[in-house]
Write a protein that binds this ligand. Sequence first.
Ligand code: SAH
Length: 189
Amino acid sequence: MIRDDDFIQSKDVPGPTKEEIRCLVMCKAQISSEDIVVDVGCGSGGLTVESAQRAKKVIALDKNPEAIELTSKNLIKHGLQRKVELVEGDALNLIENLPSFDVLIIGGSSGDLPLIISRGYQKLKTNGRIVVTSILLETRVEAVETFKKLGMTLEVVEVTVAKGKQMKRGTMMMGRNPITIITALNNKN
Ligand code: SAH
């Protein structure tokens, strides 16, 4: 797992997803060396870089050109640019034209999560996985409801990480915001 400090960061682009959360997302995504992964909302490239280390190929989408640029820099820094296709635009319109894939990671959806999931599902291979990371209450409800409607098998994990900060008198635990990771398995034939 790559350390947070080993990513080039920008105040204008969200991410990278914190390393403790990246661990969990990778654990749930179960990426193998034969897999094609699509990362929707690549941001700083936190999950794109981790996926590229494990997958055959990654297609990373973001509607923010600065996110595409930063993800590109982070891929070059980690020597993974050849494995990743970067596409600038709204996932809502782009996802239908992609080739089929094994894993869909969604870290940003701008209020269109149900549609992005439904369109992504059409392209998902048998036994493929969709992993949604959510910080908003509304997003997790939308994800769960959409996965249920599609008849997918789902798992919901919520974590709140606290990290120790060194103070004069000891180590103070500082809580971060809770993050929900919703994973759905495609068991259609
Ligand atoms: N997982 C990333 C951080 C994601 S932040 C990392 O580890 O670095 C969420 C990103 O989703 C933002 O960059 C935002 O521009 C993008 N985004 C939000 N809605 C989108 C959409 N509909 N299509 C494409 N990108 C989207």
